[in-house]
Ligand binder design. Structure first.
Ligand SMILES: *[C@@H]1O[C@H](CO)[C@@H](O)[C@H](O)[C@H]1NC(C)=O
Ligand SMILES: *[C@@H]1O[C@H](CO)[C@@H](O)[C@H](O)[C@H]1NC(C)=O
Ligand SMILES: *[C@@H]1O[C@H](CO)[C@@H](O)[C@H](O)[C@H]1NC(C)=O
Ligand SMILES: *[C@@H]1O[C@H](CO)[C@@H](O)[C@H](O)[C@H]1NC(C)=O
Ligand SMILES: *[C@@H]1O[C@H](CO)[C@@H](O)[C@H](O)[C@H]1NC(C)=O
Ligand SMILES: *[C@@H]1O[C@H](CO)[C@@H](O)[C@H](O)[C@H]1NC(C)=O
Ligand SMILES: *[C@@H]1O[C@H](CO)[C@@H](O)[C@H](O)[C@H]1NC(C)=O
Length: 814
């Protein structure tokens, strides 16, 4: 037989085979035992009844993957593929391989020579039939229709609606867009009930448990009933950790935003870059593409871990782009270790070499480039800290030290860092400077496309701070605003009228009628604050909080001030601030529309129910500090809050703390009839300078934060108004005094109570938080640290010294 006949015979043979394959599957997605599929370019797969999903061979380079995909979506994204979990590789079958549904072993994949490559393990019974379900689940059933095997029990990187992840269940990211081997990230529901996103070391697959990128904090060893048991992606598109007691913890941020399941395909995927995203795709419309409902973590570049490189490789710099995706770049003077792996490690173009020490002056050998907004934080990178140091000294210190690869100057601190650098990031919120050392003899460092490389270094030119802030603000907008913008854009479409106030903000202007309708006639009250009543409302697909200022417009001046303030507030974008979405300014009425946060105030959280965990409390404290730092130093116009208290801190669905009611105090000041004394703030939280003839600065917020921090540590109010039965100890009636007494007497356990084992065991951080609080509540504002310092104290990046008595002039009457 010559070649031509042979090919045509084969062709004919396949043509004949096709109808038989089709017989293997009925319209109801059922696949009979004995049916098989062959790995060819044009084989027809087993489809689900609706045709939405298909099971079959998917070509991958010159091999084929046994997989399940969205059949009606272009490019047919895979939702499952046969995977060898032991080695972390997909099963790649050569052309001509065959998968068959057998009675003894369920699905069996064999190569053209008959060698078994993979099989679904069905232990208990003989398979009777299989079903490609409309949910995207391929199920092998026994004679009693019981499930013997299903693809939903063996996820790779994707979950579909109705799929769950049990304790010890895992999702693995791919290595990169084109290689489906196990990648650098893993999402697992741990034994303790916590859902965590960790880094994986390659090629060993060791999982770094420190510095997870995301954790749901659904482990509660003290109270098992609070612990998570299952990750559920339910029919209506909600993704949550179910706790033993039936309560749910939403993994996504936009609880109200899940698109209707009937009209959209949905999936959650742990992408190769480590971002866990909920995607949706409009059914029957191929012109739109996949959109994101939410993604976790909020910022994958912000990992703090002792081991592992971070979201990008060693020495690399991670930066979030507008869709909250990490992009990695090498610093000047460095290049990719593997040029094909953009997310991999960077190596210095010329190694720093201490053996050259002494032959030449270091200054002649090396020079530095300055990067702004760039840091490799964490003690693991540091080997020396020089203080107080200025720019010249810091740069020189690194130049003259053969070990030093990078020096970071922040405020008056100069950190010397060594290779390899880990967890590098570019972040608009970071105000320090990074001096990157490179070897002179060679060429000058390759100038990367980093927007903020200081080219003028040799002339010693200093870029003016205002431009710097401008850039970092913009970056902040872009990063933090990503979710919010998504939210906005969703309902912008739904609203007929969209106006802009000023050029800089994205605020929407609402009519009173629109807001009356949104709030159902101002029906459901969420709370009352110093400025008015807050109502719950619904606009488009989102829930909002509408604040009706109870102050009538006084005159033109007040109105102008209102606009100015709104503009300032509208420009703030930070993950720990409640976002203003729009406002209404009609006749006498002034209303503000904020995003709605579903988990109430910190006051309720701290004082009402069971104590939140110590970990959660420290996170909340850090979040508030970070929000305040932003208000004080990082937004374009400094905002002093003047009324920091637990009632003004709201919690979002993930229990992230968000500061509310900021930027409004100026408005109130213009009209002081309400508060006779002119003091703005709330008793128990106001700084002493309000009562004295002293200028009011941002330090008033530091004071209030200190009080709040004590309350967070102790889970009780600063001033207990009515002595409860169990608490008649006069010494402890005012927390700020009592805390210092306990600190001085070394009885800080009294502060947290017997039940707070977690805090007791984390003594170091307990002491650090307490001392930080005591520094914040110093009567002398000059002694109080700035919020920047406070964040460093809380993070533990600076040492917290023993605080003096906060109120040396106050005598407590016993
Ligand atoms: C698909 O799965 C769902 C949920 O398990 C089940 O109710 C339904 O009957 C299945 N469909 C088919 C065609 O087996
Ligand atoms: C994917 O990456 C792994 C690990 O580096 C490698 O062994 C494998 O050959 C790659 N597969 C493909 C299809 O490139
Ligand atoms: C555990 O927490 C639940 C609330 O989720 C509470 O009702 C229960 O009393 C707690 N149990 C213990 C032993 O603390
Ligand atoms: C899915 O979960 C959400 C939120 O927990 C809930 O409101 C909804 O009813 C659930 N849907 C189904 C079909 O169970
Ligand atoms: C698909 O979506 C686009 C963008 O939303 C829209 O303009 C178009 O009309 C839609 N097409 C169909 C067939 O629904
Ligand atoms: C962000 O990066 C991802 C992956 O590199 C890319 O697909 C996406 O288009 C980028 N988004 C923006 C807004 O630049
Ligand atoms: C926090 O939000 C979750 C999800 O919406 C809800 O189940 C829980 O009850 C809320 N907790 C409080 C204290 O409001």
């Amino acid at each position: 037989m010559d070649f031509a006949t042979s090919t045509s015979t084969t062709f004919l043979f396949f043509l004949l085979l096709l109808p038989f394959s089709a017989v293997g599957q009925a319209d109801d997605g059922r696949v009979e035992v004995g049916s098989s599929l062959t790995a060819t370019n044009d084989g027809s797969p087993w489809r689900s009844p609706s045709g939405d999903f298909a099971f079959g061979f998917h070509q991958h380079a010159d091999r084929f993957l046994v997989s399940i995909w969205f059949d009606k979506v272009p490019a047919q994204p895979l939702v499952w593929y046969a995977f060898d979990y032991a080695v972390g590789n997909p099963i790649l079958a050569p052309a001509g391989s065959k998968i068959e549904l057998t009675a003894e072993n369920g699905l069996v994949l064999r190569d053209p020579r008959g060698q078994q490559l993979w099989r679904s393990d069905i232990a208990t019974d003989e398979a009777a039939y299989g079903v490609m379900n409309d949910t995207g689940n391929f199920v092998v059933r026994g004679r009693n229709s019981d499930v013997l095997w299903q693809s939903f029990d063996h996820p790779t990187d994707t979950l579909l609606p109705t799929q769950t992840l049990e304790i010890n269940g895992k999702l693995f990211s791919r290595l990169n867009e084109n290689n489906f081997s196990q990648g650098r990230f893993q999402l697992s529901l741990q034994n303790d009930g916590n859902l965590v996103l960790n880094m994986v070391n390659l090629p060993t697959k060791f999982v770094y448990e420190d510095g997870p990128f995301y954790t749901s904090r659904t482990a509660d060893p003290a109270n098992e009933s609070n612990s998570g048991v299952r990750l559920i992606f339910n029919e209506s598109g909600q993704v949550y950790v179910l706790r033993k007691n039936g309560l749910r913890y939403n993994v996504g941020t936009g609880a109200t935003l899940a698109p209707p399941a009937a009209d959209f395909y949905q999936r959650v995927t742990l992408d190769f870059d480590g971002v866990f995203s909920h995607y949706y795709y409009p059914k029957g419309n191929t012109s739109v593409g996949w959109s994101t409902v939410w993604s976790q973590p909020e910022n994958i570049c912000s990992r703090m871990g002792e081991r592992g490189s971070g979201a990008c490789g060693y020495n690399s710099i991670c930066k979030l782009n507008d869709s909250r995706r990490p992009t990695c770049s090498c610093p000047p003077g460095f290049s990719l270790l593997d040029p094909d792996d953009k997310y991999g490690s960077c190596k210095p173009d010329v190694e720093l070499d201490c053996r050259e020490d002494g032959r030449m002056a270091m200054e002649d050998m090396y020079d530095t480039t300055v990067l702004l907004n760039t840091d490799w934080p964490g003690a693991i990178n540091d080997y020396d800290l020089l203080q107080p140091y200025g720019e010249q000294d810091c740069r020189a210190a690194c130049l003259r030290d053969c070990m030093c690869a990078v020096a970071i100057l922040k405020d008056d601190s100069c950190w010397k860092k060594k290779l390899p650098l880990t967890n590098g990031r570019e972040n608009g919120g970071f105000s320090g400077k990074a001096f990157i050392k490179f070897t002179k003899r060679d060429r000058t460092p390759a100038s990367l496309n980093l927007p903020n490389v200081d080219e003028e270094k040799n002339k010693g030119t200093l870029i003016t701070i205002s431009t710097l802030l401008g850039t970092s603000m913009f970056v902040n907008f872009a990063l933090v605003g990503a979710f919010c913008l998504g939210f906005l854009s969703i309902y912008q479409k739904k609203l007929p009228k969209v106006e802009q106030v000023g050029l800089e903000t994205n605020l929407q202007v609402f009519t009173h009628e629109e807001l009356a309708e949104a709030t159902n006639g101002f029906k459901e009250e969420l709370g009352r604050g110093a400025f008015g009543i807050v109502y719950k409302g619904t606009i488009g697909m989102g829930t909002v909080a509408v604040k009706k200022l109870d102050r009538a417009v006084r005159d033109g001046n007040w109105d102008k001030e209102f606009k100015t303030e709104i503009n300032v507030i509208g420009q703030t974008h930070h993950k720990n601030l409640v976002r203003l979405l729009g406002f209404c300014q009609e006749k006498e009425q002034r209303l503000l529309v904020y995003e709605f946060l579903c988990n109430g105030t910190l006051a309720d959280y701290l004082f009402r129910n069971a104590k939140p965990s110590w970990n959660q409390r420290t996170q909340i404290a850090k979040s508030i500090a970070s929000g305040l730092l932003y208000l004080h130093e990082e937004c374009s116009t400094q905002i002093i809050h003047c009324d920091i208290k637990p009632e003004n801190i709201l919690l979002d669905v993930n229990y992230n703390a968000r500061i509310s009611d900021f930027g409004l105090s100026k408005l109130l000041m213009m009209d002081q009839t309400q508060t006779k004394t002119g003091i703005r703030g709330t008793k128990g939280y106001v700084a002493p300078e309000w009562f004295r003839n002293m200028p009011v600065t941002a330090k008033v917020d530091v004071y209030s934060f200190g009080v709040l921090l004590l309350e967070i540590i102790c889970c009780r109010r600063n001033v207990v108004v009515e002595e409860s039965a169990g608490c008649t100890d006069g010494d402890s009636s005012i927390l700020t005094y009592w805390a210092y007494d306990c600190f001085q007497e070394g009885t800080i356990d009294d502060l947290i109570g017997d039940d707070d084992m977690e805090a007791r065991h984390d003594r170091k951080s307990l002491e650090r938080l307490l001392m930080t609080a005591l520094w914040c509540i110093q009567e002398d504002p000059c002694l109080r640290p700035t919020m920047r310092k406070v964040t460093q104290m809380l993070e533990g990046v600076v040492q917290v010294t023993i605080p003096p008595n906060p109120s040396p002039f106050t005598i407590t009457v016993g």
